[in-house]
Design a protein around this ligand. Structure first.
Ligand code: SAH
Length: 271
């Protein structure tokens, strides 16, 4: 049945929103936001895409250490942000709190068509991961938010499917697996049980937080994660992480470049 004429002339707000989202999905992607947690991970991509640090910091609150690199690559406006060095401790501001804040502020400021959370992760050998493998995460969840009350438990875990991009997967040689996020580099026995329940192949400290913010603000997000250390292996995680960081970062950056090359000239619905 045809809709009454009135609803065509004055579509309900939800219909307008859906139409706008549909339109956004079929126009070429023009602005992307790459979120990275560590300077070592970001530096090679900054040079690869010839990005420059934006001296104008007015889009961020005064005094925050967050850094925005920007530039034009092919037909894309690229914004690469990392939360910078912690003002008190001088180390990279890794983890969910900084990642959420910088993602939120950057989506507000740059209005990206797509968010790419790119970084390193621990991998589970039992799930087929090896050091140097690069994954596109199929789902994300938290493993250290324990709220044993019905429904709050599910809120804490916050499991989400990521934006599906079958064509990127068809084109690029990336592995696929679930990503589990928590604020610790090591793994407590509880974390281990929760990660297993999340059916995760990967463990990081930012992914599910970036996913939460992107979802909240209705921006599609994808997660490119390279394995620096084997969580269920023999080597201590911190040692293995540091040993492999630079080498694995090269694999990560190559994969991100391939993803960005693929995205260029495409619409969200082509991914
Ligand atoms: N010692 C490091 C600390 C980095 S924390 C330093 O030199 O600064 C680890 C970073 O790598 C986080 O951003 C996290 O997302 C990722 N990561 C790599 N392996 C991980 C693992 N096994 N567990 C959790 N996060 C991991």
């Amino acid at each position: 049945m045809a809709p009454p004429e009135d609803s065509v002339a004055n579509p309900p707000p939800e219909a307008e929103e859906a139409a706008a989202a549909g339109e956004a999905n079929t126009k070429p992607i023009s602005t992307i936001l790459i979120v990275m947690a560590m300077h070592t991970e970001a530096a090679p991509l900054v040079s690869k895409f010839k990005l420059v640090e934006d001296p104008d910091r007015s889009m961020f609150p005064k005094g925050v250490p967050w850094v925005r690199y920007r530039g034009k690559y092919k037909d894309l406006d690229i914004n690469l942000v990392w939360p910078g060095k912690d003002p008190n401790f001088g180390v990279d501001s890794v983890g969910t709190v900084s990642a959420s804040l910088v993602t939120y502020a950057s989506i507000q400021a740059f209005n990206p068509d797509l968010v790419i959370d790119a970084g390193t992760a621990g991998g589970f050998r039992a799930k087929g991961a090896s050091v140097g493998d690069v994954y596109l995460a199929s789902a994300v969840a938290f493993h250290d938010r324990r709220i044993p009350i019905p429904v709050f438990d599910l809120y804490g875990i916050g499991a989400k499917q990521t934006f599906s991009c079958p064509n990127i997967l068809k084109e690029l040689n990336l592995k696929v697996g679930n990503l589990s996020t928590g604020d610790s580099l090591d793994m407590s026995p509880h974390d281990e049980t929760a990660i297993l329940a999340n059916e995760a192949t990967l463990k990081d400290m930012e992914g599910a937080a970036v996913a939460y913010v992107a979802d909240l603000l209705s921006v599609p997000a994808i997660f490119v994660k390279a394995v620096t250390d084997i969580v269920d292996g023999e080597k201590p995680t911190a040692e293995e992480f540091l040993q492999n960081l630079v080498l694995v970062t090269a694999a990560l950056d190559q994969a991100v470049t391939q993803v960005v090359d693929f995205i260029s000239g495409k619409c969200i619905s082509d991914l």
